[in-house]
Ligand binder design. Structure first.
Ligand SMILES: NC(=O)c1ccc[n+]([C@@H]2O[C@H](COP(=O)([O-])OP(=O)(O)OC[C@H]3O[C@@H](n4cnc5c(N)ncnc54)[C@H](OP(=O)(O)O)[C@@H]3O)[C@@H](O)[C@H]2O)c1
Ligand SMILES: *[C@@H]1O[C@H](CO)[C@@H](O)[C@H](O)[C@H]1NC(C)=O
Length: 305
């Protein structure tokens, strides 16, 4: 007990000192006014909501996704909400040339860039891993390699503007859950790549911030649909009510503007699960498994069987 106090009290003091010393600057919408921002996966869900918030903050927007008709509508709404300008480029991130096309569009229209928000994901199945390596390869291209390629193309402009890279990830990128092996792999890859790059930027005095967003369950249409259905992205690991996509989108923008290293949203759920992971990983795993009705998951046969 005495020893515990001897260790605990100084540690607590240190933690408090650190907290107050590093007390984050407050967010102010002015921070984004007139900034040039790319948002990927902006035709629906969280990306669409980010576009609307950024429009209200009077930014210049370049949006991208595959579906032109949806992007057209989002751009129209952004202009009505007050965007300084708004345009889109449509295409698939499965196409290895497309990431550079998007960044070039920003370069040609603005001659610079302040914030790169990487948010899109390709569709996947929710089921036992079916042995389809081709699907894993394709998903890595869309969810991971295109993020790397966009970062590479945009870096000169971001260095010039002392800008920010915002990477949207998931709880599935910090802890494994069943039935999402390909998706989870792509999100872990983002953490590894961008956490390593963050070090190098600091060592090299490259003043470009990297914010990794660890999201829990959010109420987007694609996430909320019945989870056992094939072809849907990650469902909730633990049955909770989904958090609102509008608030989620705003928190992502705030943490990017404040140059935070990570966002945990919703903070309490994500924070407790990450803490549990570090102190009782086996217990966390069983908790995660208990959140699924496995009898509802119908195994699909691997290709060729
Ligand atoms: N919702 C959640 O519960 C949740 C939880 C954790 C993390 N997240 C993360 O949050 C981000 C946004 O998720 P969301 O729920 O908003 O997803 P969503 O509504 O399904 O949006 C995905 C976006 O990506 C685009 N997209 C799909 N395939 C593409 C491709 N091949 N090339 C380019 N764009 C493509 C889609 O538009 P098109 O179909 O028009 O291309 C759409 O704009 C993702 O990174 C996701 O991992 C979400
Ligand atoms: C990095 O860039 C930000 C945003 O422009 C600026 O506020 C900060 O002072 C810069 N830091 C350094 C060390 O130059």
């Amino acid at each position: 007990m005495g020893l515990l106090l001897k260790i605990f009290i100084p540690l607590l003091g240190l933690a408090l000192a650190f907290y107050f010393y590093s007390a984050p600057e407050n967010f102010n919408e002015e921070m984004l006014r007139g900034k040039r921002v790319i948002v990927t996966g902006a035709s629906s869900g969280i990306g669409e909501q980010m576009a609307y918030h950024l429009a209200r903050m009077e930014t210049h927007l370049l949006l991208t996704a595959r579906t032109e008709a949806k992007l057209q509508k989002v751009v129209e709404r952004c202009l009505a909400l007050g965007a300084a300008s708004a345009r889109y480029v449509s295409g698939s991130m499965e196409d290895t040339a497309f990431p550079e096309v998007v960044v070039k569009e920003a370069e040609n229209t603005w001659g610079g860039l302040d914030m790169l928000i990487l948010n899109h994901i390709g569709s996947t199945y929710f089921n036992y891993f079916d042995g389809d390596v081709g699907h894993v390869r394709k998903l890595l291209e869309i969810n991971f390699l295109s993020y790397v390629a966009m970062t590479v193309s945009a870096l000169p402009m971001l260095q010039e503007s002392e800008g920010s890279i915002v990477v949207v990830s998931s709880m599935a990128g910090k802890m494994g859950g069943p039935f999402t092996a390909p998706y989870s792999a792509t999100k872990f890859a983002l953490d590894g790549f961008f956490s390593s790059l963050r070090h190098e930027f600091i060592i090299d005095k490259v003043n470009v911030s990297i914010t990794l967003c660890i999201l829990g369950y959010i109420d987007t249409e694609n996430a909320v649909r019945p989870s056992a259905e094939v072809g849907k992205p990650a469902p909730p690991a633990i049955r909770v009510t989904p958090a609102p996509k509008e608030e989620c989108a705003l928190e992502i923008i705030k943490s990017g503007a404040l140059r935070h290293r990570e966002l945990h949203y919703p903070s309490r759920v994500v924070g407790s699960l990450l803490l549990l992971q570090s102190i009782a990983p086996d217990f966390l795993d069983s908790l995660i498994r208990s959140g699924y009705k496995v009898e509802n998951i119908k195994r699909t046969l691997p290709p060729g069987h």
